[in-house]
Design a protein around this ligand. Structure first.
Ligand code: NPW
Ligand code: ADP
Ligand code: MG
Length: 275
């Protein structure tokens, strides 16, 4: 297992070319946020916007529209119950993040199945939170497209069948290879399994142990994937940045709130871009 270092940041985060525009930095849709968990998809969407994704659309329950726009006017809103709209937005996206606050009821399952059927190999699908639990509970087949899963240990137990106590590198690797996905296995020391390598994130703090922290990471992973060319670097740099910012804030804060990580992202990325 390789330990990540700050070198991943300039390897990934490039100076922006002068002749670029929003389309250069990717179209991303984020799907989730039921009537109870709107905050989760708003946090994920904010992380994607602040990470620099070019165009961000949030597909969520209509009850979240006002709070989404009050918090994040940069994001477009769409009702995830509207199948025609969902189809056209998912089809036009470079990156799709599904799961934060999606919930596990029948409409959530139907939305997930629809998205799994629509994605193509030209797109990247990030599967987080409730979407992982639904895939596991209903034994859904994941599509043969570039895939990133971001489970916490219990979500990983559900989808891999490996109990938390037995989640060793060797056992995890077998499950990752079966899933044909990059897996970000989140814990106090997050591990990232790609097709060819295994990485440990040396950073992170218990100040991060608060709801929404993973939703924020999922949005960052999506935002980095949307704009940076090497997908493995994008995932590794997003994980590293999330914890590095948290550690900086935790020097003076007892707890770090997920939206505070998001707010620090543009300055952090500027400080670490390659020249
Ligand atoms: N503001 C919002 O809208 C928010 C919305 N959210 C959304 O809620 C949805 C459900 O996500 P979820 O993670 O809260 O619940 P679930 O999938 O049941 O997992 C919890 C179970 O796993 C266990 N567990 C064991 N190890 C663990 C570990 N390392 N990390 C975490 N859990 C661990 C744990 O054990 P226990 O704590 O009971 O001992 C418990 O039994 C999802 O869509 C998410 O996006 C949240 O993000 C919060 C903010
Ligand atoms: N003690 C800790 N040390 C370091 N990182 C932590 C700690 N506790 C939680 N985290 C991080 O917080 C995030 C939690 O993700 P998750 O459980 O999916 O949260 P949520 O679904 O509430 O957004 C992960 O990135 C995890 O690595
Ligand atoms: Mg989560």
């Amino acid at each position: 297992m390789q330990t990540l270092t700050a070198e991943i940041l300039p390897q990934t985060i490039r100076q922006r070319p002068a002749d670029s525009y929003k389309g250069t930095y990717g179209r991303i849709v984020l799907i989730g946020g039921n009537q109870n968990f709107g905050g989760a998809i708003i946090m994920a969407s904010a992380a994607a916007v602040y990470a620099g994704a070019g165009l961000v659309t949030t597909l969520t329950d209509p009850s979240n529209q006002g709070s989404l726009h009050a918090r994040l006017p940069e994001a477009m809103f769409a009702d995830y119950h509207d199948d025609a709209l969902l189809t056209s937005l998912v089809t036009g996206a470079d990156v799709i993040v599904i799961g934060p606050g999606l919930g596990t009821d029948a409409p959530a399952l139907a939305t997930l199945k629809r998205v799994l059927a629509l994605v193509t190999p030209q797109q990247t699908l990030v599967v987080d939170g409730s979407a992982i639990t639904l895939v596991a509970e209903h034994r859904l087949t994941l599509p043969a497209v570039p895939l990133v899963l971001t489970p916490h240990q219990m979500e990983w137990q559900r989808i891999s069948g490996i109990r938390i106590a037995d989640q060793t590198e060797a056992a995890n690797r077998q499950a990752v290879d079966r899933l044909h996905a990059t897996v970000v296995l989140k814990s106090h020391r997050t591990e990232i399994y790609t097709a060819t390598g295994t990485y440990e994130n040396p950073l992170g703090t218990p100040a991060q142990a608060t709801g929404g922290m993973g939703d924020t990471l999922a949005g960052m992973v999506g935002g980095f994937l949307a704009q940076f060319s090497d997908p493995t670097h994008a995932v590794l740099a997003a994980v590293y940045s999330h914890s590095a910012i948290a550690e900086e804030l935790a020097q003076t804060q007892y707890v770090v709130l997920p939206h505070q990580i998001t707010e620090q992202l543009p300055a952090f990325m500027k400080a670490h871009e390659a020249h």
